[in-house]
Each structure stands twice: as structure tokens, then as C-alpha cells.
Design a binder for this molecule. Structure first.
Ligand code: AQP
Length: 337
């Protein structure tokens, strides 16, 4: 059975971008692969976080996986920092990754431009992501388009280390939906930027836990393009194209059919109907999320997920340690006096 790994940062409340780009695909893949879905809290630390909020977002991200349809009796759900091998393998990978490779990463360029203080963790983030994936001998990684470059780097480093030290890792493939299928959902306030859960402007994203009235308000105030025509044309009409993609994914109706149905209708009617479609898509997720908030439920799932993940992670780390020449830790033979 093929193995799948994907991670989501608890750097805020998940958005419909995270859901349509990645998590919705988790629910499909879980029935055909051995899946590991991880809340990557160590990645979130690469930019400043409020500790109490980070703890809350970590548990809520795991709850949202399940509320979105990931079944913990089928897939392994766990928190990255509960399996210390992630940070350990990251160091071994950093020692095989080149400065120039990391400097080329566009996510580093974007995020470092947005923060006054830039940590080395933000710079080496792709090495930790490579460790996450390679620890589990992963075949496939379901992610949004923004992670393509990091995936390419993961593959390059895996091939390099396999050539140098012998077969250590499976070389993973990316599983990225095309743009029209949710691979890149854009901000509601600037359709040239992707939707992000940590954006300073909450009107730019729809969080999976936004109440219906907030969703309606955010969609009403979403920017539109000049003209009144509702047409999919990402070059000329990036804002409406983004809203059409969201509408199509929320309802299953094709973009062509939506274009026909709203020909001449104007933006007001289109946005009002879109808002109801998004409210309806999120209603079952929000209902299940509330049920999962009972104390102890998510903790039990995460404890068993970490146990399962740890077993595989330890096997990979032991293999890499030996191949790279790290001396095994000796066992004491003499009894202590
Ligand atoms: N706008 C998006 N459209 C489609 N997919 C997206 N993803 C993120 N944004 C979009 C995918 O969601 C998964 C989890 O992402 P992440 O939490 O690891 O970090 P990110 O890619 O940096 O997502 P955010 O929401 O923009 O987080 P912040 O604001 O903290 O940087 C990934 O598979 C990602 O591709």
C-alpha cells in the first residue's frame, strides 16, 4: 500500500484555501493509502507565535482534520513535536542541503519580506519539511501549489543522500490539484496573493470556523474586477475567477455551468449565492468540530497517532545515523557501583 504524508501548520485557524487545496484530498486518499497527517507545530515556530494560541490552534487543527472527514481509525493523525525524530532528521538533512538552494525558495523570500525579524528557522524550514516527509518513506504528498518548490527540494535532497549514503529514503511525488481544482485559492482582498490563515487582514480569508454571518460579510466585501461579467479568466478577471473556483468546489457545479447560469446576473446576486454555498459547505465541518471539543477526545487520538508515527520515524533515523557514520550509543556492560 502506498504511503501518504502531509502537514498543516497551526499558525491560525485553517482557511478554505487549506481545506480545498489540501485537506479535502486527505479524505479521498485515506481510503487508498496508508496516510500520516501531521499538525506541524515546529514549522509554526519559524515566525512569532503566542504560546497559548499556538497550543489551542494545534489541537483545533487536529480537530479540523477529523471534522473535515479524516477518519482517525484509518489515518494516523499526530503532532510533529510529539515525535522528536522530525527535528533530529532535519539537522542531518540540513547538513546535506546547500545554502544556495534554500536562498532560492520563494516562500522564504515572501515571508521574510513580511517580518521585521527573520529567524534561521524560517530559512531552514524546507529542510524540516523534507525530514517530515522522508521520515515516513512517503510515496505521495498532497499539498497546495505553494508547496511545489519545497517538494522539489525534498526530492533533490533525497536523491542526493541516497546517492551518497546508499538507499535511505523513498523519493516522494507531489499530489497537487490544478488551480481550478483548488490548488491555489487566492485572497478575497487581493486576488494576486494566495489566501493565508496568518494574514493580518481577516477579510482576506474565510476560516473554516467563521460563523455564517461573518462568511456572508467577507464575501460581500471581497474585491471584484472591473466590468460586470462573470467569466473565468485568471489573467483579465482574477478576482471573479477565484470566486468561481470557490463556488464550483463548494457545490460541485462546473465553472462553465456557473458562467452560463450567472450570465448578466451581476456581482451582487452571484456573491450572495456564493456565500450560501460556502456556508453550506462548512456547516457539517463546524457541527462535527463542536462535537470533537469534548475534553480528552482529541488527546487520545493524538497519543495513539504519535505512537504509530514514532515507530516508523525511529527506523528511518536509525538507518540514516548508521549510514552517515554516527557511532551507535553504547550500552553499559558493567553494573554501576
Ligand atoms: N491558498 C491556498 N490554496 C490552496 N492550498 C493552500 N494551502 C495553503 N494555502 C493555500 C495548502 O494548505 C496546506 C497547509 O499549509 P500550511 O499550513 O503548511 O502553510 P501554508 O502553505 O503557508 O498555508 P497558509 O494558510 O498560508 O499558512 P501561513 O499563513 O501560516 O503561511 C498546504 O498543503 C498548502 O499548500
Amino acid at each position: 500500500m502506498k504511503r501518504v504524508f502531509s502537514g498543516v501548520q497551526p499558525s491560525g485557524v485553517l482557511t478554505i484555501g487549506n481545506y480545498l487545496g489540501a485537506i479535502r484530498n486527505f479524505t479521498k486518499l485515506q481510503h487508498e493509502a496508508d496516510c500520516f497527517f501531521c499538525v506541524v507545530d515546529l514549522h509554526a515556530l519559524t515566525v512569532p507565535q503566542d504560546p497559548a494560541k499556538l497550543r489551542e490552534n494545534t489541537l483545533n487543527t487536529a480537530r479540523l482534520f477529523i471534522a473535515s472527514g479524516v477518519d482517525p481509525s484509518v489515518a494516523t493523525i499526530f503532532v510533529q513535536s510529539h515525535v522528536p525524530e522530525h527535528a533530529y532528521l532535519s539537522w542531518l538533512i540540513e547538513c546535506n542541503t546547500y545554502f544556495g538552494e534554500l536562498r532560492r525558495m520563494t516562500q522564504f523570500k515572501d515571508k521574510s519580506a513580511r517580518h521585521e525579524v527573520v529567524t534561521t528557522g524560517l530559512f531552514t524550514y524546507p529542510a524540516l519539511m523534507a525530514a517530515d516527509i522522508l521520515l515516513y518513506q512517503t510515496d505521495e504528498v498532497p499539498v497546495g501549489e505553494d508547496q511545489r518548490q519545497h517538494l522539489e527540494l525534498t526530492r533533490d535532497v533525497a536523491i542526493r543522500m541516497n546517492n551518497r549514503f546508499g538507499q535511505l529514503f523513498k523519493v516522494p511525488e507531489a499530489y497537487i490539484p490544478p488551480k481550478q481544482a483548488g490548488g491555489r485559492i487566492m485572497s478575497l482582498q487581493n486576488p494576486l496573493e494566495k489566501m493565508s490563515k496568518s494574514s493580518a487582514d481577516p477579510r482576506s480569508f474565510i476560516a473554516l470556523l467563521d460563523p455564517p454571518d461573518v462568511i456572508r460579510k467577507k464575501i460581500r466585501s471581497a474585491v471584484t474586477d472591473s466590468g460586470r461579467e462573470i467569466r473565468y479568466d485568471p489573467e483579465e478577471k482574477p478576482a471573479i475567477s477565484n470566486l468561481l473556483v470557490i463556488y464550483s468546489l463548494a457545490t460541485g457545479e462546473s465553472i462553465e455551468s456557473l458562467e452560463e447560469r450567472y450570465a448578466g446576473a451581476g456581482y451582487g446576486k452571484f456573491k450572495a449565492d456564493l456565500a450560501e454555498a460556502v456556508v453550506a459547505m462548512l456547516e457539517p465541518i463546524q457541527r462535527r468540530f463542536a462535537e470533537l471539543s469534548e475534553p480528552g477526545v482529541i488527546e487520545e487520538i493524538l497519543a495513539s497517532g504519535a505512537e504509530r508515527a514514532e515507530k516508523i520515524a525511529r527506523e528511518t533515523v536509525a538507518r540514516v545515523q548508521a549510514a552517515m557514520g554516527l557511532a551507535p550509543r553504547p550500552q553499559r556492560v558493567k553494573a554501576q557501583s
